[in-house]
Ligand binder design. Structure first.
Ligand code: EPU
Length: 292
């Protein structure tokens, strides 16, 4: 523990990560760090840099598969109150990276703030959502992001502001290791009107996606103009299984983790899907799911 001496309260060693992911799979992190203040986080960054420790930031684990052997170095989680607070100022909202996206969407609806309803049904943290430009057919978070606060590898806090921020399909031009918060510009609208959209999207997803099962959302990005789910479906892969990992019967782009599933099962099924889609359509599927 000497690398993090003085910070024992916020550092766990050899910490299993499975319970921090929606898949519930995967091995431990050498160091699992949950800072409570920006100063502590700065100190953690400094020590990672000094000791050349790899650093990964864990959101709410809803788009992540951790390998069975776990990950070296530091896994950082920003779920303490300082990093999860949400502040409202008119139609502008500043949300900490650790805040829950689904909660934020509903709170904005209640306050009559429109713009985030396309994110209905998307789990995860605000930080993860910004990093991935979370979204779907109805829109993405990037459309509302005006400013992000970041931390660099030396522990220095800085900001990036529109139009310097460029969001694309499931990506944003940010390279700083840590997202601290995002400021969203929303617009005022009738809560009932926003709620109607939220309900429509929710019903659509409930009918087309395997909610309430162990999964991490869409595994592959949609190739340009195409749907990965539809390609996997047309390749006859719905229901395909490797060990405890199974392609959802409801939506081809979801891999479910059933009893006894390991990360290795999911990875093997991913390979099977990729090669079948390549052989059938000549298309190379790219991962949306993050793999550690
Ligand atoms: N389809 C099939 N078979 C399937 C799945 C889909 O034929 O097994 C067809 C559908 O009938 C539809 C088309 O493919 O005509 C597109 O499907 P869908 O509307 O379900 O959307 P998607 O493109 O598969 C995207 C996002 C989802 C998001 C939904 C709804 C990606 C990779 N996926 O899915 O995001 O929830 O739109 O907004 O961008 C995620 O990012 O984890 C995710 C699930």
């Amino acid at each position: 523990m000497s690398i993090f001496s003085g910070l024992e309260k916020i550092v766990r060693t050899h910490c299993p990560l499975s319970s921090f992911t929606w898949y519930g799979l995967g091995g431990p992190a050498d160091y699992f760090v949950m800072p409570e203040t920006v100063e502590q986080l700065t100190e953690v960054m400094r020590r990672c840099e000094e000791n050349a420790l790899p650093l990964r930031v864990l959101g709410h684990g809803s788009n992540l598969l951790v390998r069975d052997e776990g990950v070296p170095g530091v896994v950082l989680r920003l779920d303490q109150p300082r990093f999860a607070q949400v502040e409202y100022a008119g139609s502008r909202v500043t949300a900490g990276a650790g805040a829950a996206l689904s909660r934020l969407v509903l709170d904005c609806v209640r306050k009559g703030l429109a713009g985030l309803e396309p994110l209905t049904g998307i789990p995860g943290s605000v930080g993860g959502a910004v990093k991935m430009n979370a979204g779907g057919n109805f829109g993405d978070i990037g459309a509302s992001v005006e400013r992000v606060q970041l931390m660099d590898t030396h522990g220095r806090v800085f900001e990036r502001v529109k139009p310097d921020l460029s969001f694309d399909y499931r990506r944003v031009n940010l390279t700083a290791p840590v997202i601290l918060s995002a400021t969203l510009q929303l617009s005022e609208a009738e809560p009932d009107t926003i709620l109607r959209t939220v309900k429509e999207i929710w019903i659509y997803k409930k009918n087309t996606q395997p909610l309430n099962m162990r999964n991490a959302g869409c595994v592959f990005k949609n190739p340009r103009q195409l749907s990965a789910g539809a390609l996997i479906d047309r390749a006859g892969l719905k229901g395909a299984q490797v060990g405890g990992a199974k392609v959802s019967e409801k939506h081809g782009n979801f891999i479910l983790a059933e009893a006894g599933c390991t990360s290795r099962d999911v990875l093997e099924l991913i390979d099977t899907i990729r090669s079948r889609v390549r052989d059938s359509f000549g298309i190379e599927l790219e991962l949306e799911l993050e793999i550690w």
